[in-house]
Design a protein around this ligand. Structure first.
Ligand SMILES: [Ca+2]
Length: 200
């Protein structure tokens, strides 16, 4: 019995040794596979470079829960005039939560065509809470209903970087203000959007 077990152990150690040798080529195979993946990646469809500016071709004030659906449209171009010295502002409200009249107001951005969106940076006057919402990539025209825009990111601050969690493709984005600051100069609760930048 004792000798048999010893023989078993010898067989076992030989198998281990063989297994050890088998591991070598195994690692080689995995490396070769990784190389092949890399080659396939290089030859595959080109991934859009990230961090490239995406031009905003139009902006519209959006107040779907207000009586007239509009919020100070005349200055809306100032959200993308590349100057942080100019801004579009909301009406004023009696509290940071819009006097409990509505859940928010915002700006719809038209990117001209469906784009891969990596980041939207919004500069406010005063700490503001904001959501980035997106229409679906197959929206043929600018959606007018709030429900057509899905929340993809949110943040609070004066310069807020909104990064969708997964790769986002859309033509229409909604920058949706959800909490307003008090403005120092007029003492009123209102949002002021000084600049919006979109990058891939
Ligand atoms: Ca501006």
């Amino acid at each position: 019995m004792g000798r048999l077990r010893a023989a078993d152990r010898r067989v076992g150690s030989r198998q281990l040794a063989a297994g050890g040798r088998a591991d070598g080529p195994g690692r080689e195979d995995r490396r070769a596979e990784a190389d092949a993946d890399e080659r396939r990646g290089r030859q595959g469809p080109k991934k859009p470079a990230s961090g490239k500016p995406i031009a905003i071709s139009g902006a519209r004030d959006f107040d779907p829960f207000g009586p007239d659906g509009s919020e100070k449209p005349s200055a809306i171009g100032k959200v993308y005039d590349s100057s942080t010295a100019t801004y579009w502002q909301t009406d004023y409200y009696l509290s940071s939560d819009f006097g409990r009249l509505k859940s928010g107001v915002g700006v719809i951005l038209d990117l001209g065509k469906v784009q891969q969106v990596g980041k939207v940076t919004v500069t406010f006057v005063g700490d503001t809470s904001v959501e980035l919402r997106s229409a679906s990539a197959d929206a043929g025209s600018e959606p007018t209903s709030f429900d057509a825009y899905t929340k993809v990111a949110e943040g609070t601050g004066t310069t807020v970087e909104l990064k969708p969690g997964k790769s986002l493709e859309s033509r229409y984005l909604l920058v949706w203000l959800t909490k307003l600051p008090v403005q120092a100069d007029d003492g009123k609760w209102r949002g002021r959007v000084a600049d919006i930048k979109v990058t891939s």
